[in-house]
Design a protein around this ligand. Structure first.
Ligand SMILES: [Zn+2]
Length: 474
């Protein structure tokens, strides 16, 4: 098997090598699109299941809205059309005829959903309306990268309607909390949380909340956003309800989403030069048992023992016995390492004679012989340990990747030499934000709650300023 590109050689190629060689995704015939292969899709299914449970536990139901949206719908909300029009794919023909009105392939579904909410919401009794949909969307991106930015991607989009602003703000914050828990507890990925600046918020939102993660190359990645939309979409689609005082009022809205981009984040946060490293909770397989088979020998005893060890464990973890006899044990070890299976159990003739197996941790490479009788409780314990240890390591990296800068010169120097999140004073103006990002490629990732007050902006010198994290982002 050819070696993977090392992170230190070419981080970007290392990432592509892992995604393609671990058979997570491949390039599609249409530029910018990807095919998600079974191993990548199985990780997505794990993510979907966990998130969907969390959405249902917070009172949401799933629904499905159409892929095609009348072009005029997108034009109803001014900021929204400005934000999305350049990257929309438009259908102009159907059934061999030019359409009377072109149809947009959804880049996001606020407009079609609010057109329907107009039919469904009349009274305060119809509220709150808490819907989510799992869907694909299309955004015609020029520069694409597997999972991280593709023209078509899979995601979920929550769209909720509320009777009061306060309730809608609470919903937007609650869903950011759900994303935060998912990132930390399932992805083992620590994050920074806060609000987007005016320049970075979602087109049509009053407030965008975000979680931001740090990749191993010092770049930031936006991992999930939740928007308080105020009455913007209700006004654009004329969705009013009769409140408890029998007055007509526009409905308050939120929307929130995460996408297959999370798989890209997962790859970049934990993986190493041998391949993918997966947190056990999201791994399609948590354990692979490899009986070490000898060519021209009677391997029946070893194979039987492997299945005997697997049987009680099978109820507790996702596992596979790799009894293929057309590839060598070494080849299998490499393959499962590349695919990031958290634990490998090796079983050779000597181990069998001693009633042992050798447990190998993917995250540390540590090998430990354990008694076959211990496997059934040891393995789940070690999986927990791996999950916790991956989070701890990533958390230490995030903390080490947060830097401070006072002056603009210092800011540029730290950004250039260390990367990561550079916390620096900013006056709050869009002009300074745009200049800093033009001059350094770093953007304001978020404004933390309770950001430190500073006397002067590093770019224009005006005050008061707030200390906010800048980073170069994916
Ligand atoms: Zn300024």
């Amino acid at each position: 098997m050819a070696k993977l590109t090392k992170r230190s050689q070419d981080y970007s190629q290392w990432y592509i090598d892992i995604v393609t060689r671990a058979e997570m995704a491949d390039y599609a015939p249409v530029k910018g699109c990807m095919v998600i292969r079974p191993w990548g899709y199985a990780i997505w299914e794990r993510m979907v299941r966990a998130l969907d449970d969390m959405f249902k536990a917070t009172g949401h139901s799933n629904a499905y809205f159409p892929l095609l949206i009348p072009q005029s719908f997108l034009q109803k909300e001014a900021e929204h059309v400005e934000g999305f029009a350049p990257e929309c794919a438009v259908v102009t023909h159907g059934g061999g005829k030019e359409l009377e009105e072109p149809l947009v392939i959804r880049p996001t579904s606020e407009t079609i959903i609010w057109a329907m909410y107009k039919k469904w919401i009349q009274s305060w009794r119809d509220l709150p309306l808490l819907l989510n949909q799992w869907a694909n969307v299309v955004r015609w991106e020029m520069r694409t990268r597997l999972f991280l930015r593709t023209a078509e991607f899979l995601w979920q989009e929550g769209h909720t309607a509320h009777a009061t602003a306060q309730e809608a703000v609470e919903e937007a914050e609650r869903m950011l909390g759900v994303y935060r828990n998912f990132a930390e507890q399932w992805m083992a990925m620590p994050i920074l949380a806060g609000r987007k600046s005016e320049g970075q918020k979602f087109p049509g939102a009053v407030t965008t909340y975000t979680i931001e993660a740090l990749m191993q190359d010092g770049k930031a990645l936006q991992a999930g956003t939740s928007h308080y939309l105020g009455q913007n979409f209700a006004k654009a689609f004329d969705v009013q309800f009769q409140n408890r005082d029998k007055q007509l009022e526009y409905v308050y809205a939120t929307s929130w989403g995460v996408s297959t981009r999370l798989i890209g984040a997962l790859v970049m946060v934990h993986s190493d030069d041998a391949g993918l490293v997966l947190p056990p909770r999201l791994a399609p397989l948590e354990v692979v048992i490899v009986p070490i088979l000898k060519a021209d020998a009677d391997n029946a005893g070893i194979v039987t023992a492997a299945y005997r060890i697997a049987e009680p464990l099978d109820e507790k973890v996702r596992l596979r016995v790799d009894n293929r006899d057309n590839v060598s044990p070494g080849w299998k070890f490499n393959e499962w390492e590349l695919k990031g299976v958290p634990i490998r159990l090796e079983l050779g003739p000597k181990d069998l004679a001693e009633n042992k197996v050798v447990l190998v941790r993917r995250d540390t490479g540590e090998k430990m012989p354990i008694s076959q009788d211990e496997v059934v409780f040891k393995v789940p314990e070690i999986l927990e340990e791996i999950q916790a240890s991956l989070y701890k390591k990533a958390k230490e990296r995030l903390e080490a990747g947060c830097h401070q800068a006072g002056s603009y010169d210092e800011f540029k120097k730290v950004l250039d030499e260390k990367g990561g999140f550079v916390f620096a004073p900013w006056c709050g103006s869009r002009e300074c934000e745009a200049r800093i990002s033009d001059e350094t490629k770093a953007t304001i990732r978020l404004v933390p709650d309770g950001a430190e007050e500073c006397p002067a902006c590093m770019r224009c010198g005006k005050g008061p300023a707030k200390r906010v994290p800048f980073a170069v982002a994916y």
